[in-house]
Design a protein around this ligand. Structure first.
Ligand code: M6R
Length: 361
């Protein structure tokens, strides 16, 4: 049942603190700044030299998030849309790890990518929500995200749990591949342990419904971010278009000047996501769109600096490790999408033309 909520999506958005608690339960040692994953003990990835993440839709965004995080911490990592993997045919060696990210565990494109990777000799790991799903049978190993059932077609709690599970296995990879903990491991693990509380804070204080209302007649909605905020921006746009049927696009903030800026008008609100990574550069992108008259909604933890001063609205997130900040930021954007779709009276849990699980290529 919807537990008193009007839609499953809203219920699932609100379930996120609990889902995240399950995802991390018994898997973090905040004192030592280490992760403790039963099936992935220390040294499990010491042979690995490169990681390729594959997924579709929201799961692809989680994959991008992970590859972004890992590359920056010294593990060669790439994310592919699983549906393109067979065409791109990235070189696979015996020490390549291919990680399938899929909520359902049944996405045809993702299963196809995994089969290709395996026949090329890669080791494979599934990151999934679904016990006993096809991906768990086909991959060598599995890490369950433990987010609980998700009924709404729009993935919400599973995205945040995927990113968290990927961060945990990512920490194991960083240690095993680079031969030591990264400097900020303790901070990162500590921030992971705080995620449930941070997301709860967003749910308790968000002004997303007022923002959705103010801009409900806009022509298009743009989402920008850099670093891990780039996949968060893409995910914000995907959620928005999927359930509101309004045009929404996400871009790397750095990409704006190379084309998308031509679309920016006073009628295209821009959501700028700040996660503490090169915020100065995103601030100047924010000023560029403002100069074209676009309203800017900043998603940031910096509520009393220049970002907040220039933004038309701030969707605030708690101060945390930059790699984890994308999670509460995503929750803000889920809420904006939800309220926009609700104002437009869309069938939020079952958007037209879409299925929860896409089992054909
Ligand atoms: O079950 P999966 O995670 O493999 O599904 C992948 C996509 O079909 C899915 O994330 C889709 O993009 C969502 N409906 C987005 O909200």
């Amino acid at each position: 049942t919807k537990g008193g909520y009007e839609h499953f999506m809203l219920k699932e958005i609100h379930e996120q603190p609990g889902a995240l608690r399950n995802t991390i339960h018994g898997r973090l040692n905040a004192l030592d700044g280490t992760v403790e994953l039963d099936d992935f003990p220390e040294g499990t990835f010491s042979e690995i030299e490169e990681v390729q993440f594959v997924g579709m839709g929201t799961s692809y965004h989680a994959a991008m998030y992970a590859s972004n995080m890992l590359s920056a911490r010294g593990v060669p990592s790439y994310a592919f849309q699983a549906g393109e993997y067979g065409l791109v045919r990235p070189p696979v060696k015996s020490n390549t790890l291919v990680v399938a990210v899929t909520q359902s565990g049944e996405t045809a494109d993702t299963l196809d990518a995994i089969r290709r990777a395996q026949s090329a000799g890669a080791r494979t790991v599934a990151i999934t929500n679904t016990v006993g799903s096809s991906v768990t049978r086909e991959c060598d190993e599995t890490l369950l995200i433990r987010a609980g059932p998700e009924i709404g077609v729009a993935a919400t709690k599973t995205f945040c749990s995927q990113v968290t599970a990927l961060s945990m296995i990512g920490e194991r990879l960083v240690e095993d591949v680079t031969g030591g903990q990264s400097n900020s491991a303790r901070d990162l693990v500590e921030s992971m342990s705080r995620l449930p509380g941070h997301v709860q804070e967003v749910l308790d204080t968000s002004i997303a419904s007022a923002v959705a209302k103010e801009y409900k007649d806009a022509d298009s909605y743009f989402f920008i971010g850099r670093g891990v905020a780039h996949p968060v921006a893409l995910e914000g746009a995907l959620k928005f278009k999927e359930i509101s049927y309004e045009h929404a696009e996400g871009f790397a903030a750095s990409e704006l000047k190379h084309g998308p800026l031509a679309l920016v008008t006073p009628n295209t609100p821009v959501f700028a996501v700040f996660t503490g990574f090169d915020d100065e550069a995103t601030l100047s992108n924010m000023k560029e769109v403002q100069a074209r008259g676009a309203p800017v909604i900043a998603v940031t933890s910096k509520t009393d600096g220049e970002i907040a001063e220039f933004a038309d609205h701030v969707l605030s997130i708690p101060e945390t490790h930059p790699d984890m900040a994308g999670i509460p930021a995503s929750v803000q954007l889920q809420l904006v999408a939800y309220h926009a779709a609700d104002l437009l009276d869309r069938p939020i849990d079952k958007p037209r033309n879409l299925a929860k699980s896409v089992t054909v290529q």
